[in-house]
Design a protein around this ligand. Structure first.
Ligand SMILES: *Cc1c(COP(=O)(O)O)cnc(C)c1O
Length: 228
């Protein structure tokens, strides 16, 4: 068994244990492999051992990998900061975009999604613990944004994405509350089923609080080298 396969089995088992501790069905938590900075070959190897969904943060790097790996049936997630002038590539090349935090971004993604494509899956990013430096809308903006984004034709609004400060596990419970509140809205989106939270260091706490998608990089691929 190679290193990547071993790491993946380990992470899947960690997810399963975290679910069982809180009486959750392990099938309700999806593993998104965060592959930023890692070469296409590593993604190909991860694919070969069963991984299908990959998350990327940097557009140019991601576009090169999407091109190089077009023979594989990968579900591509963009989890980085969404810049307004980059939405066209996101709309055309990805299956999911997690970092939507303004209506204008959602409108652009919807209008730039091709008619021949399935609707683009969206998570609304929320600045759940009031960090200055973080992207994401404010919690009190969620209800209105959900109503507005749900009306856009070429998007499927799936849920929320949060990146709390390290060790701020209490924020996961706040995110779960907000996620549940949307379900009680008058204009509840049809496919509201995704709470994207938890990374290598805090996936147990995220799962205990109700995460349905953990975004894991380091625990799968090893440490990132940004000097390359
Ligand atoms: C890099 C990144 C991850 C993965 O982080 P690890 O600590 O390596 O698991 C998850 N989510 C986002 C938004 C990221 O940018």
């Amino acid at each position: 068994m190679n290193q990547l396969e071993q790491s993946r089995i380990q992470v899947l088992s960690q997810i399963e244990q975290a679910c069982l501790r809180v009486q959750r069905d392990p099938n309700t938590v999806q593993l998104l492999a965060v592959s930023k900075t890692h070469p296409s070959l590593s993604l190909r190897e991860m694919y070969a051992v069963g991984q299908r969904s990959f998350g990327e943060n940097y557009l140019q790097e991601a576009l090169a990998k999407i091109e190089e790996l077009q023979d594989l049936d990968i579900e591509w997630h963009f989890i980085g900061h969404v810049q307004r002038n980059k939405t066209k590539h996101l709309a055309e090349k990805f299956d999911w975009v997690h970092g939507v935090d303004r209506l204008i971004i959602a409108e652009r993604l919807s209008s730039q999604r091709l008619e021949t494509q399935k609707p683009l899956n969206i998570c609304l990013q929320v600045n759940i613990d009031g960090q200055d430096s973080k992207d994401g809308c404010e919690p009190n903006e969620v209800a209105e944004l959900v109503e507005q984004i749900s009306r856009l034709p070429n998007l499927r609004l799936r849920g929320l994405m949060v990146i709390p400060a390290p060790n701020n596990v209490a924020a996961f419970a706040d995110a779960k509350n907000l996620f549940d509140q949307v379900k009680s809205l008058h204009a509840q989106p049809q496919d509201w089923d995704t709470l994207s939270m938890g990374m290598s260091a805090d996936l147990d706490a995220a799962i205990a609080a109700g995460s349905t998608m953990v975004r894991v990089g380091t625990a799968l691929f090893g440490a990132r080298d940004y000097s390359l």
